[in-house]
Design a protein around this ligand. Structure first.
Ligand SMILES: Cc1cc2nc3c(=O)[nH]c(=O)nc-3n(C[C@H](O)[C@H](O)[C@H](O)COP(=O)(O)OP(=O)(O)OC[C@H]3O[C@@H](n4cnc5c(N)ncnc54)[C@H](O)[C@@H]3O)c2cc1C
Length: 466
């Protein structure tokens, strides 16, 4: 049944961070907006990604804190985990945020249609119940789903992706995590801290691809110390489930390991299947990403795509930024395109990782003559106070003609709460500041951020402590 078409200034397909940010920003600018969402607004990030994963990592942090309380003279029994309670707490946080988002969208008078949307020619969006919406502009934001690998069919019992891990009521006793990227490392760290014996299998020669080598070394050392067995440069070839439960994972050159569960964490693929009807000029590349220009415009006039659906860093905040670029372009406000080389990256494993800009290797490969400086958290007062001294701050700067550190190209951190410290590094890199300029700014004492300030001061040639 085809119903009479309703018209909106903007129709957004997908209510994840890319889609809801576009809707909120456009509605804030006075446009009439509809969002078509087949599941729940908030998307992967809120329901199966950033928020639940970080909530469980916080559970792991509490567990570590209680386990180490005796060092502070605080007496408590050795902690044990009741993961079903952690699951309830996680869900409460997610549901509260979900409710808040729905309320916000309602207050902005955004119309949410439940169903699966499909773009038709002429900027029409057809929902699977037959409703057709007409729009002056359409924003595609259908996001992504976990990638799987042949031979590891996801059953939710033995073979899990992030979707299933985040819904668990009970943790396995032993697990293999396939893939040592950001999400794999977060799960390995969380599970290991909560008592799971974890083995990581990574096909690439190092864990955390894209991160600076010094930062990777910090995480690798910590994982090793905590008993996480990280095997890099190994391919998995399949697994054989056992009658008694669990499975034997086959990998490398005839090696195998028997575990209770396998977490497949090998990236995410864009969800463009069935999104486009015939007759639109939107182009999709061979990997399924919708192709866009720097203003998030697709090949079809008036149709935009943002978030994980496009081949840019798969981060919620990149989706937010792209949503704003797309809406500003629709409003004719000449937006500044997202500078993808300098977006902030945060990984919430223990120890945390946060970075922005070029790694030392990437800077050298790009032809820069560089000056670098690293400072450890080990000598920092606050780090000692909180009892988390592993990690460092590393700054990569362009070497000026006089040999001194010039423009800051990248800042790389591993250690306590670095995800909360990245902000000023992000500003420094994007402002194209120099260590001389940044070192003139005061860091409060005693804080973890003094390590960042000290690294900059040292790059001026006159560090106080280093
Ligand atoms: C475990 C995990 C941890 C993560 N941690 C972080 C983190 O710490 N920081 C960070 O920045 N990023 C993180 N991410 C990535 C982040 O979740 C994604 O980058 C972000 O959710 C992408 O937003 P999006 O709006 O493009 O897509 P999604 O969040 O995937 O949302 C797309 C929405 O569209 C809906 N949809 C799809 N197709 C249709 C259709 N045809 N019609 C109607 N609705 C449709 C879906 O139901 C979904 O709600 C994490 C991801 C995972 C899996």
């Amino acid at each position: 049944m085809v119903r009479t078409a309703q018209h909106f200034d903007i129709v957004v397909i997908g209510g994840g961070p890319g889609g809801y940010a576009a809707a909120l920003y456009a509605a804030g600018a006075g446009l009439s907006v509809a969002v078509v969402e087949k599941d729940k607004v908030g998307g992967t990030c809120l329901h199966r990604g950033c928020i639940p994963a970080k909530e469980f990592l916080e559970t792991a942090s509490v567990f570590r804190t209680v386990g180490g309380a005796g060092d502070f003279g605080v007496q408590s029994a050795a902690p044990t985990i009741e993961f079903s309670v952690s699951q309830l707490r996680k869900q409460k946080v997610v549901d509260q945020l979900w409710k808040g988002l729905q309320g916000l969208m309602k207050r902005r008078k955004i119309t949410v249609f439940a169903g699966t949307g499909r773009l038709r020619a002429g900027r029409k969006v057809e929902i699977d119940d037959g409703t057709v919406l007409e729009a002056t502009s359409v924003i595609l934001a259908s996001g992504s789903v976990p990638r799987t690998i042949p031979g590891f069919e996801v059953d939710g019992q033995i073979v899990l992706t992030s979707d299933e891990v985040l819904a668990l009521d009970r943790l396995p006793g032993t697990a293999v995590v396939i893939g040592a990227g950001a999400i794999g490392c977060e799960f390995a760290s969380m599970m290991s801290d909560l008592g799971v014996q974890v083995t990581m299998l990574e096909a690439l020669p190092k864990m955390l691809p894209g991160c600076d080598a010094d930062v990777v070394a910090v995480v690798a050392r910590s994982f090793k110390k905590r008993g996480i067995d990280v095997r890099v440069g190994v391919q998995v070839s399949g697994h054989k489930p056992l009658d008694a439960g669990g499975t034997t994972v086959l990998f490398g050159d005839g090696e195998q390991i028997t575990v209770d569960a396998v977490v497949v964490s090998v990236g995410r693929r864009p969800l463009s299947d069935g999104l486009l009807d015939e007759g639109t000029a939107v182009e999709v590349d061979e990997r399924g990403f919708v192709q866009v220009d720097e203003f998030c415009r697709t090949g079809e006039a008036g149709v935009y795509a943002v978030g994980d659906l496009v081949a840019t860093p798969q981060l919620a905040h990149v989706g937010f930024a792209e949503a704003i670029v797309a809406v500003k372009d629709i409003l004719g406000e000449a937006p500044v395109p997202v500078d993808y080389a300098n977006v902030p990256w945060c990984i919430y494993c223990h120890p945390e990782v946060a970075f922005v800009g070029l790694t030392e290797q990437a800077a050298v490969d790009a032809g820069f003559d560089v000056v670098t400086k690293k400072d450890p958290f080990a000598g920092n007062g606050r780090a000692m106070i909180v009892g988390e001294t592993e990690g460092l701050v590393k700054v990569v700067a362009e070497k000026d003609a006089d040999g001194r550190a010039g423009r800051i190209l990248g800042v790389h951190m591993a250690g306590p709460w670095v995800t909360e410290q990245l902000g000023q590094a992000y500003l420094a890199v994007n402002w194209e500041a120099t260590p001389d300029e940044v070192a003139a700014l005061i860091q409060p004492h005693p804080t973890l951020s003094e390590v960042f300030g000290e690294t900059m001061l040292a790059l001026t040639g006159r560090g106080l402590h280093a």
